[in-house]
Structure formats: structure tokens, C-alpha cells
Design a protein around this ligand. Sequence first.
Ligand SMILES: *[C@@H]1O[C@H](CO)[C@@H](O)[C@H](O)[C@H]1NC(C)=O
Ligand SMILES: *[C@@H]1O[C@H](CO)[C@@H](O)[C@H](O)[C@H]1NC(C)=O
Ligand SMILES: *[C@@H]1O[C@H](CO)[C@@H](O)[C@H](O)[C@H]1NC(C)=O
Length: 145
Amino acid sequence: MKVQLVFILLSCANSIFTEFQFDLKSISTVIVSENETVTLRCDITGNEEVAWYHLNSTYMLKLLISAQKTRMVKSLPVYYNVDKSRFILRPDSEINTAEFTINNINGDNLGLYFCGTTAKPAQMHFNNATRLKFKGKSEGTTPDE
Ligand SMILES: *[C@@H]1O[C@H](CO)[C@@H](O)[C@H](O)[C@H]1NC(C)=O
Ligand SMILES: *[C@@H]1O[C@H](CO)[C@@H](O)[C@H](O)[C@H]1NC(C)=O
Ligand SMILES: *[C@@H]1O[C@H](CO)[C@@H](O)[C@H](O)[C@H]1NC(C)=O
């Protein structure tokens, strides 16, 4: 089964039109429980910026957190975070993986997560989605099988 979604991402100065196609088999599912902590990983080798997006049950794609590598020292400072009390983004020691942690998961956090990386500005590429799901329950967030 193939699903095609078209997202329009608005950035401050210009609008980026991203056409997006994925195979549902490429989505990995992570079963979580209420109030749990989960960490999602994104390969950022060779990239400068990383951002995590969430597609909620009303098809709104929302930027959650983003960060950019520094050139001099090995670090990945976060420069945007919609929920500083629960969202953490940190790199592995080699700055090749961005680890996105969500604390105290609630029902609003279920759904599809995408990490995007950029090597150059205005060139965002998305990896395969990850679905967060409560055990046994269908959470109503589509695309669903
Ligand atoms: C996405 O999933 C497909 C199918 O499982 C796989 O072939 C591909 O390598 C994955 N892409 C990334 C960036 O992980
Ligand atoms: C999750 O935390 C909230 C607030 O502390 C609490 O009311 C609720 O019972 C907790 N749920 C579970 C399944 O532990
Ligand atoms: C989905 O996200 C949008 C934008 O953040 C928000 O306005 C809307 O209420 C959300 N829908 C649900 C069901 O949470």
C-alpha cells in the first residue's frame, strides 16, 4: 500500500513545497505507555541541521524541535523547542545520531514522527516515519493500515 501526502511547510521568509511519498512498510512502530519516556533516533551523518516533526490526528504537521551542528566544537545546540519541559534533543558522542527524547507521553503525542535533515539550507530531506502507539489501542492517527 502506498500513501502520498503533500505537505506545505511555511517558513518565515519563503514557502517550501515538499512532496512526500512513503511506503507504509517503511514506518516503524514504537509501542509506548502513558507517562513513559521514549527516544527516537535520526542519522545526521554528513548533515548540518536536524528537526523532528509530528503529524497529528488532524493532519497538521508541526515542528517540535530543531538543532544545528557547530563547526568548531562537537555539539548540537537546540535552537527551537516547542516543549522545553518534555522534549530533549541531544547527539551521540560522534554527533552522527540525533536522539530525540519525549518525556511523560500523553495521548496527544501519539502519531507519526519524521526527522528531517539538511546538509545545505533550504534542502530538507525526511527519513522514514516512526509511529508512536499505545499498546493494543488504535489511536486514530492516520495514515493507518
Ligand atoms: C526506509 O525504509 C525502507 C524500506 O524499509 C528502506 O529500504 C530504507 O533504507 C529506509 N530509509 C531510511 C533512510 O532509513
Ligand atoms: C500519568 O500521569 C498523570 C499525572 O501525573 C496521572 O494522573 C495518570 O494516572 C498517569 N497515568 C498512568 C497510566 O500512570
Ligand atoms: C493538530 O495540530 C494542530 C496544530 O498544532 C492543532 O491546532 C490541532 O488542535 C491538533 N489536533 C489535535 C487533534 O490535537
